[in-house]
Design a protein around this ligand. Structure first.
Ligand code: HEM
Length: 243
């Protein structure tokens, strides 16, 4: 009996030893860098996409020719639409990288705080985190809908390949005001997500300082607002009959 007791002793002391936290395999700063760089690729795409969309104000030929022109870029090397596929692959890799790094960072933050915040203590951090996570999910769902709407044409009332003007004007026609409303809500979610994301990226890259904080925050807000207004103006103009 005493034998059994002594055999058990080391196991008990090992169990009592404080659990050492596991060392994260990928440093958090690297994950944040992945978020910043993939985010930068996505923002660059959005800037070019928004400027491209504005060609609809120059008429049917301008925007439809632009869609064809995009597919002829680097055609001698990559073939018809080759450039567009390079962009699609870069976007897919960036979206996957962005979500992967965000998920790992979120899981680590959760593990690092096994005890919930005391009531009243959680307001700011939790609000931003929740906005970013749910905002990210809304953006992803919007992009899936948007591709089925204006790229494949599956959900578009016109849905004709390369007839961008006809597809966009049919999509946001006054009687389909709810589609415009859905785009507006999604774009507001994108505005929130992007503004905070830009600010986080600035911090990750170490460009911020106490002195510059206000200015950098203002730049992030103005940049995001101009981008989103540039997008919004197209569906709104179609719904109100300005296009
Ligand atoms: C509300 C304004 C927007 C309009 C009018 C618009 C219009 C379009 C059109 C017409 C296409 C098809 C282009 C083509 O096939 O040549 C397209 C594709 C696409 N758009 Fe938008 N877009 C808008 C906003 C956005 C936003 C906010 C995002 C991202 C968050 C986005 C992401 C994409 C993506 C990923 C594609 C697919 C590109 C491809 O695979 O060829 N768009 N958009």
């Amino acid at each position: 009996m005493s034998d059994r007791g002594s055999a058990k002793a080391p196991a008990t002391s090992a169990a009592a030893a404080p659990a050492r936290p596991k060392k994260p395999r990928i440093p958090a700063v690297l994950l944040k860098l992945v978020m910043a760089l993939t985010g930068a690729v996505l923002v660059l795409y959005l800037v070019v996409h928004m400027i491209g969309n504005l060609q609809i104000f120059w008429g049917q030929t301008a925007i439809n020719d632009y869609a064809v022109w995009l597919r002829t870029l680097l055609e001698p090397v990559l073939g018809w639409e080759g450039f567009v596929w390079v962009v699609r692959i870069a976007l897919t890799v960036s979206v996957i990288g962005h979500i992967w790094a965000a998920t790992l960072l979120a899981l680590r933050a959760k593990r690092a705080r096994p005890v919930k915040y005391a009531a009243g203590n959680k307001v700011k951090g939790n609000y931003t985190t929740r906005t970013m996570r749910w905002g990210g999910v809304i953006v992803l769902l919007f992009v899936i809908y948007h591709i089925l709407d204006l790229t494949t044409g599956t959900l578009n009332p016109n849905g004709e390949h390369l007839a961008v003007y006809e597809n966009v004007t049919a999509d946001f026609a006054p009687e389909r005001w709810y589609v415009t409303l859905f785009y507006v809500i999604s774009l507001v979610a994108i505005w929130l997500h992007l503004r905070h994301g830009l600010w986080s990226a600035i911090q990750t890259l170490g460009w911020n300082s106490n002195r510059r904080e206000k200015t950098l925050k203002a730049i992030a807000t103005v940049f995001t607002t101009v981008l989103i207004v540039g997008f919004l103006i197209v569906p709104i103009s179609v719904t109100f009959g300005w296009i």
